[in-house]
Design a protein. Structure first.
Lengths: 291, 346
């Protein structure tokens, strides 16, 4: 083979991936880089954005406890949502997996349901059920005499966690479901024949094997909840902001783009660290199950 | 007295009867094989003994006690699954120790028994390996050790060797037999492989379509098959359509131009079965023509066209001259080598 042909061969993969690569660079990397750059720019009420390099926005985020509270709330909500989906989703997937054919597909559809409906419509539905004195559930409970005043749902972290958990449930269920598919169908019988009761089988045999599925589902749910916008915007509104709605407000209400960009960048970097870090941890811990 | 007893056991799934009228008594220390094609109900029967399925009718007794009333976790049977069903998140030693843990065996005794069990199956030194880092044969041994370490009253093997390649399977057969002989555990093996059943078991239960076709020693089932199914399933056989004529004295059994004095009992149309290796070439007997002749090293395989349809003959390669293709021959056999059954005339 001639040197020229060899060179052409080496270039071929690049040429072939170039269109996709350009799209990726154009719509993802460049805007991302511009956002990061924007976070170092100056901004003033009257002068607008000044393309200079200063650490003012970052300094503000680091020192003003308001931002610490925002981020702490964001991650608290994400962690609680993750825990809730794991606690409900893992058993749900296990039960689903044991169902017979027709029921299985029916309930799978119900679980996947939230993904098929717009986030806005779904969250507004929650608001109609629980929101204020006129919420359907609150009305029912009050007329039944079970509660005296309505359970607060709108503008609460509880409300946000519940609504987010509903949205995120499919990701957890599907992730655990995938782990369950890898289980040997006779493994429970094997444990039973050795004298293990149902609780022991779940704790000692099933749980360790689906744990990687739970954890990878947790990573998805956590990162999606921490960066969720629509649900916190509707349930929390202006009164209970999280990082995503904060960045949005800085951009579109205060018009302080550089500060908004700094908030968005910090959220992104924090998430990347958490996800990559926990992923590495999980892979090391469960090396034997993943093989 | 029977150690394990199945009394007219039946299993139905909806309208479909998978196992019917299954009666068997197993002596202590015996090695029994359930042999049959897939779907014959052998695995279902095993699962009923194990307790994963409840029989629709009938009783299963172990040492006179009703086994079906005992929860599968309390039956104390050792089971080796076709897929081994090892716990992938535990090491080989932890897998084997699991059953002992469930029985609250003290830690020091547990470690000792696990070590002994792994050594017995030839896996000393593999204690800390995880199953996914072991070969199929090694996983199989771990599964066997895990089932045996709890000193089960009965060892149930569900096609344990079917995932191994031919050479390894043969090795494991020999080893399995030796281990079973050494420790004397009553064993039931489910298999569709007639060689496996014959080389391992004391007795074979041949099953077809949920029913027992024959129970007998490997030799009995091979030499004296109780039904056409058994003779077809266990090795090759030649079936010739014949007839018994009792209008003459002495009564005659005839097939084509071949005839002998008839055995007592039967009358009318019969099937005469002879194993290919029991047929010889002689001066008188069933007329046939050699169609093909195949040399297979230690023996010759002849495919013939006889007066009563196609026939297979196997002759030892004893160095003597053998008939060639196209040659007309006479097939002979000793009367004790044939089995004669009544034949349905459709």
């Amino acid at each position: 083979m001639s040197a020229a042909a060899e060179e052409r061969d080496a270039r071929a993969p690049w040429a072939l991936t170039a269109p996709a690569l350009m799209l990726f660079v154009g719509v993802l990397l460049i805007p991302l880089a511009m956002t990061v750059m924007l976070s170092f720019h100056d901004w003033g009420q009257y002068k607008g954005i000044e393309p200079v390099f200063i650490l003012k926005n970052w300094h503000e985020i680091a020192t003003d406890p308001y931002y610490a509270e925002m981020f702490w709330r964001t991650f608290r909500i994400a962690i609680l949502t993750t825990l809730l989906t794991a606690l409900l989703g893992a058993p749900e997937a296990y039960i689903l997996n044991r169902m017979s054919g027709r029921w299985k597909s029916f309930f799978l559809l119900i679980i996947l349901g939230p993904l098929l409906i717009s986030v806005v419509a779904r969250t507004l539905g929650w608001a109609l059920l629980f929101g204020g004195n006129n919420g359907l559930v609150n009305k029912l409970l009050m007329s039944a005499g079970l509660i005296r005043s309505p359970i607060p749902f709108m503008f609460t972290e509880t409300g946000m966690v519940v609504a987010l958990a509903h949205v995120m449930m499919p990701f957890m269920v599907l992730s655990v479901w995938a782990a369950l598919q890898r289980l040997d169908p006779q493994i429970e019988n094997a444990a039973m024949s050795l004298g293990a009761g149902p609780a022991t089988i779940i704790r000692r045999i099933i749980m360790p094997q689906i744990m990687p599925g739970v954890l990878s589902g947790a990573i998805i749910v956590f990162s999606l909840s921490a960066s969720a916008f629509a649900t916190p915007a509707i349930i929390g509104g202006r009164r209970l902001k999280v990082a995503a709605t904060l960045a949005y407000d800085e951009f579109l209400n205060t018009l302080n783009w550089p500060l908004g960009a700094a908030v968005a960048t910090l959220l992104l970097v924090a998430l990347v660290f958490i996800v990559v870090g926990s992923n590495a941890l999980i892979e090391r811990r469960y090396a034997e199950v993943f093989r | 007295m029977a150690y394990l007893e199945l009394d007219r056991v039946a299993k139905q799934f909806g309208a479909q009867t998978v196992v019917d009228d299954f009666s068997l008594s197993v002596g202590k220390g015996e090695f029994i094989s359930f042999l049959g094609p897939s779907g014959c109900g052998k695995t279902t029967t095993l699962q009923m003994i194990a307790g994963f399925l409840d029989p629709t009718r009938g009783a299963i007794r172990l040492e006179g006690k009703d086994l079906t009333a005992i929860h599968p976790a309390k039956r104390g049977l050792g089971i080796v699954f076709q897929s081994y069903a090892l716990f992938p998140h535990m090491t080989a030693a932890e897998n084997v120790a699991f059953g002992l843990e469930m029985r609250n065996v003290p830690r020091s005794e547990r470690a000792e028994r696990v070590r002994a069990a792994l050594a017995m199956v030839g896996l000393a030194g593999y204690e800390d390996r995880h199953p996914r880092r072991m070969s199929g044969g090694q996983q199989q041994r771990v599964a066997l050790a895990r089932a045996l370490v709890i000193k089960p009253s009965v060892l149930l093997l569900d096609e344990p060797l079917s995932n191994l390649d031919a050479k390894l399977r043969e090795e494991m057969q020999i080893e399995l037999r030796q281990i079973q002989r050494t420790i004397g555990t009553t064993t039931i093996l489910v298999t569709h492989d007639q060689n496996e059943a014959m080389s391992l078991s004391d007795r074979i239960v041949v099953m077809s379509q949920g029913r027992i076709e024959q129970i007998g020693s490997p030799q009995e089932t091979y030499e004296k098959p109780a039904s056409a199914f058994v003779s077809q399933f266990l090795g090759k056989t030649n079936d010739f359509a014949g007839a018994i004529d009792r209008s003459v004295a002495p009564a005659q059994l005839m097939a084509g131009s071949w005839s002998v004095p008839a055995p007592p009992g039967l009358n009318g149309p019969v099937t005469v079965s002879i194993r290919p290796e029991r047929i010889g070439f002689g001066d008188a007997g069933l007329g046939a023509k050699i169609v093909t002749r195949i040399f297979q090293g230690n023996h010759w395989l002849f495919q013939c066209e006889s007066e009563c349809g196609p026939a297979i003959v196997i002759r030892q390669n004893d160095g003597k001259a053998q008939p060639v293709e196209g040659e007309a021959v006479r097939l002979t056999w000793r009367s004790e080598d044939m089995s004669v059954r009544a034949r349905d005339v459709a």
